[in-house]
Ligand binder design. Structure first.
Ligand code: CTP
Length: 295
């Protein structure tokens, strides 16, 4: 029958090479491994090693049995977040040794001590890319404005707010990776923020300046594979091709503002100058998988 391992132990024991090798062996022999996550541990410490939420364990078991007993449909009642964890429970080592930098979410540019200019990016696609890449064995650095809802082994989260924070984090990490996936919705304009809250009576006029283009200006090294995104409401493919050249990316994932926060999305993936565009429609995870195939 299918086997599910749900590790739960102290951080040092979990990270011990013997345990890691045994877990890896189990995975290569078809067992699914769920968790652990970081949090309070039984001994009073805090760290990686906490068992995933029991509802997820039950849900995963039900999902695994689902393939055997199609009448078990608990999965239909799950929260989308739990569903997304289940969908990625398959062991996969396709990305072992890969180091991937993924950016996610929309950057925020402060106007004063309370207000900012932002956008509707939910960070969901970047999170799905990070989760699926890590489950496939990659070492992922996720630079994000939106926190992951749970810790994922293999994903190091770097939390940022503004475009300049994100640019600095990207510049620091790019030299250590072999792939960059620039999924963040980066603000195009910023301003010098007022140190204190601007009063209504004083009125407001914004002196906006273009931000630095992170994708275009980040440091590049030989062999670096770069996947960019293009958001456009017009002819997204034509503009995507132009941006692919202008921003020097290997792949461009083209989408429209309709994707923001949506559970199902449509993107068109371009690779190389004369490639046939691939259009993918589906859940956020399905779109993330199609993008990861280009890594
Ligand atoms: N991008 C970036 N830094 C910026 C703006 C965008 O790195 N300051 C990246 C995005 O993360 C995306 C790609 O550039 O991967 C294209 O973003 P898009 O918004 O489509 O293009 P822009 O360059 O912002 O051009 P415009 O908004 O004028 O279409």
């Amino acid at each position: 029958g299918p086997k599910l391992i749900v590790p739960s132990m102290h951080t040092e024991m979990y990270q011990n090479p013997a345990n890691q090798e045994n877990l890896a062996w189990l995975k290569t022999h078809g067992a699914k491994v769920l968790g652990p996550v970081s949090g309070d541990l039984a001994c009073g410490d805090t760290g990686l090693g906490r068992m995933v939420d029991p509802s997820l364990v039950i849900a995963t078991i039900m999902s695994m049995l689902n393939g055997i007993h199609p009448s078990v449909t608990l999965r239909d009642h799950l929260h989308p977040f739990e569903n997304s964890v289940l969908c990625s429970a398959e062991p996969n080592t396709g990305f072992a040794q890969k180091r991937i930098l993924i950016t996610a979410g929309g950057t925020r540019e402060a106007l004063d001590s309370v207000r900012y200019i932002g956008n509707h990016s939910s960070g969901q696609l970047g999170h799905a890319l990070a989760r699926l890449a890590a489950f496939a064995g990659a070492d992922v650095s996720l630079i994000t404005t939106v926190s992951l809802p749970y810790d994922i082994p293999g994903v190091t989260e770097i939390s940022v707010t503004s475009t300049s924070d994100m640019a600095a984090a990207v510049a620091e990490i790019v030299p250590t990776v072999d792939t960059v996936i620039m999924a963040a919705a980066v603000a195009d304009f910023t301003m010098a923020a007022a140190p204190e809250k601007i009063k209504r009576e004083s009125g407001l006029s914004l002196d906006l300046q273009p931000t630095a283009d992170i994708l275009k200006t980040m440091p590049r090294h030989d062999g670096l594979r770069v996947i960019g995104f293009c958001l456009e409401d017009g002819d997204v493919v034509a503009v995507g091709r132009a941006k692919m050249q202008a921003k020097n990316t290997d792949v461009m994932v083209c989408n429209t503002s309709a994707s923001f926060g949506a559970d199902r999305r449509t993107v068109t993936i371009l690779e190389g100058a004369d490639s046939v565009p691939e259009t993918v429609s589906g859940t956020v995870d399905a779109v993330a998988r199609a993008i990861l195939r280009r890594v």
